[in-house]
Structure formats: structure tokens, C-alpha cells
Design a protein. Structure first.
Ligand code: PEP
Ligand code: MN
Length: 359
């Protein structure tokens, strides 16, 4: 599978770069669907998305109109000429979507995690020339994502692509679904000819930040964007906080910087960009860890305050720094570097504890 060549459907179909897929989280009513589609005609979006079977995390929310909405989506194509895409989660969904000539079928994050479900869908659409886009699984597991893509490939689906929608985590971050860019970058490494679309809406979970995530995706050479769009986002029946209006979408795509593929562009430059992103990502993680460390240190400070114990425990500090030096040297880091960095961390920790103890 490592050397798999995927069809160059983006080029063959003369689809725009970046490919912009837009439309509401859910198809709510026929009027809503058509109104959004006509507004999107004035933007760079060339593919209309709408969820008609909605995989909701908890019951009791709007779960979509189901097959009843398929003729509405077909009407979008008829009236606007846009390509259309819906999420399919079962073999039955797949059959219905094919009957209504939906152009692109996407597999949701909650489906990708389940090899049985993926295989059933793959069997149901064997050999189709429709485009199938596989979202990443909700958990950060590259092999599971690749496995789902592989099942469709083995079923003779040639026009494949992936959608990066971020990964869920129990710990609250600034994202609804943490992008963990290294994972789609690794997917690109494994399958260089597989187009990857970024879904900033489900990564951000709110309108703020969508532009930045789109820009990062383009900087990482993603082939397209899938952005949830509604004429009245606040009153959307699902994912109200993250949807944007078609006019905001137009502003965003206008401001995005698309790095052109220059023929003379060196392979090494591309690699450099990816490696720098990787470094930024790691630095971000370092910062998050420092923050977490200071939280723990402050709790130690509280205990010291209660027990009226001195902040600096010399023997403990000697033990910590010596242990780090030994381990660091083993990892190929210089003693000087380890000393510097842990002294700085220690200094910062003392300051945080001072604040607690003397408050
Ligand atoms: C969606 O695109 O509306 C959706 C349900 O996404 P995900 O599968 O990424 O949660
Ligand atoms: Mn949604």
C-alpha cells in the first residue's frame, strides 16, 4: 500500500485549486438548502456539502432529514451546477446517495474508526467512479485512517481523498478537535498522490480561527477546504457556533495566500516547510507542557504553604538536575544545555511558588 498511486481526479475533472467545498452542517429544509447553494454560487465554492444523516454524539439532537433530503441536494446540482457531497455512514446510505447521483461521498470521523462499517460501505460502492473522501478517525491514529482508505482502494474506488478534521481529546484545548498537523503530514508522506482536504470548521468548533487553520492547511499543501456555511449560522440546527455565512467564506478565500506550485520548486523546499511546521508544532507542545508543569508546581506551593515549608529543597533540586543531565546526555543533548534549561525552569517554578506561598 506504501507505493499506492491514487487517481489524479482533481486534475482530470479540472477542479479548482484549492477545491472549496461549502454548505451547511445539516440540510434542514429544502428552502434552506437551496438558499445557501445560490449564495455559494457567488463564492469560490464549487462543491455543495450538507449532512442528511447526522451522527450526533448524544441523542436528542437533530439527526438529519435522512433520504427525504436527497432530492433537495439533487436540486442544488440542477439549479446551480455545483457538485454535491453528503456523508454516508451505512451501506444503505451509500446506495441511496448513488441512486441520487451525489458526486462525492464522504465518510465521517465516527465511521472511519469502525473497520466493519467501512468495509460494508466499501462493499456497497465497489468500483464506483464517484469520489470518496475519508475523514480522519476521531482518535489520532494514522494506521486506522490509512486502513479505511485502503479498504476503499481495495474495493476498486479510484477517486479517493482524505479530509483532516482534527482529533478529539478529553483535555480542553483551544480547538474543538486538535489538528495535530503531523498526522496528515505523515499521511501525505505515505500517499503523496492522495488529495487531502482540510475541514477547519470541525477543527475550530467556532468561527474564530477558521482563517488561520485554512492558511496552515494551504501552507502544508492541502488540496482543498471543506467549510460549514449557513445564511443564518446562529440559528443552524447543528454546529451553530462554527458555521460562517457565504459572504464571510468569500472574504476568507479572498485573503488566503495560496502557495503556487512553481516548476522550479525544489523538493527540499517542500520538505523544509513541513519540517518547520513540525518544529512549530513541537514548540507549541513544549509551551503547553511548561504551562502544565507550572500548574503542578503551584499545587506543591500550596502544600508547602500549609506545612510552612521552605520553597527551595536543596537535596530534591540536586536530585532532579542530576537525573535530567544523565538522561539528557544519553539522548545526545549537551550537559550545558540541560543545565541551562532546567535551571531556567526551576527559576520560573520558584517564582510561581513564591506567589502562592506569599499570597
Ligand atoms: C460533518 O462534517 O458535519 C461531520 C459530522 O463531521 P465529522 O465526521 O468530522 O464529525
Ligand atoms: Mn457539522
Amino acid at each position: 500500500m506504501e507505493s499506492t498511486n491514487f487517481s489524479t481526479w482533481l486534475k482530470n475533472m479540472e477542479l479548482a485549486h484549492p477545491l472549496v467545498i461549502a454548505g451547511p452542517c445539516s440540510a434542514e429544509t429544502e428552502e434552506q438548502v437551496l438558499k445557501i447553494a445560490h449564495q455559494l454560487k457567488e463564492t469560490d465554492a464549487t462543491v455543495f456539502r450538507a449532512g442528511i444523516w447526522k451522527p450526533r454524539t448524544r441523542p436528542g439532537n437533530f439527526e438529519g432529514n435522512g433520504a427525504k433530503a436527497l432530492p433537495w441536494i439533487a436540486k442544488v446540482k440542477e439549479e446551480t451546477g455545483m457538485l454535491t457531497t453528503v456523508e454516508i455512514a451505512t451501506a444503505q446510505h451509500a446506495k441511496l446517495a448513488l441512486e441520487f447521483d451525489i458526486d462525492i461521498l464522504w465518510i465521517g470521523a465516527r465511521t472511519t474508526v469502525n473497520p466493519f462499517a467501512v468495509q460494508e460501505i466499501a462493499d456497497a460502492i465497489q468500483g464506483t467512479d464517484k469520489i470518496v473522501l475519508v475523514k480522519n478517525p476521531i482518535n489520532p491514529d494514522l494506521a486506522l485512517w490509512m486502513g479505511a482508505i485502503e479498504r476503499f482502494h481495495k474495493a476498486g474506488v479510484k477517486n479517493l481523498g482524505a479530509i483532516h478534521r482534527g482529533f478529539s481529546s478529553y483535555k480542553k484545548t483551544k480547538y474543538r478537535n486538535n489538528p495535530q498537523w503531523q498526522i496528515p503530514i505523515d499521511l501525505k508522506e505515505k500517499y503523496p498522490t492522495l488529495p487531502i482536504i482540510c475541514d477547519p470548521s470541525h477543527i475550530c468548533g467556532e468561527r474564530d480561527g477558521i482563517f488561520d487553520v485554512c492558511q496552515t492547511a494551504l501552507d502544508l499543501k492541502f488540496e482543498g477546504l471543506m467549510i460549514e456555511t449557513h445564511f443564518d449560522p446562529d440559528n443552524a440546527w447543528s454546529d451553530a457556533k462554527q458555521q460562517i455565512t457565504p459572504s464571510r467564506l468569500a472574504e476568507i478565500t479572498e485573503d488566503l495566500r495560496v502557495r503556487k506550485d512553481r516548476v522550479e520548486e525544489k523538493d527540499s523546499l517542500k520538505k523544509l516547510t513541513n519540517l518547520r511546521k513540525e518544529v512549530n508544532n513541537l514548540d507549541q507542545q513544549l509551551l503547553d507542557l511548561f504551562e502544565e508543569r507550572m500548574d503542578v508546581v503551584e499545587n506543591i506551593g500550596k502544600v508547602k504553604k500549609e506545612g510552612n515549608v521552605a520553597i527551595l529543597q536543596r537535596s530534591r533540586w540536586q536530585e532532579v538536575i542530576q537525573g535530567m543531565i544523565n538522561q539528557g546526555v544519553e539522548k545526545g543533548l549537551s550537559q550545558e544545555f540541560i543545565e541551562k534549561i532546567f535551571k531556567a525552569i526551576h527559576q520560573e517554578s520558584i517564582q510561581h511558588q513564591e506567589r502562592i506561598v506569599n499570597s
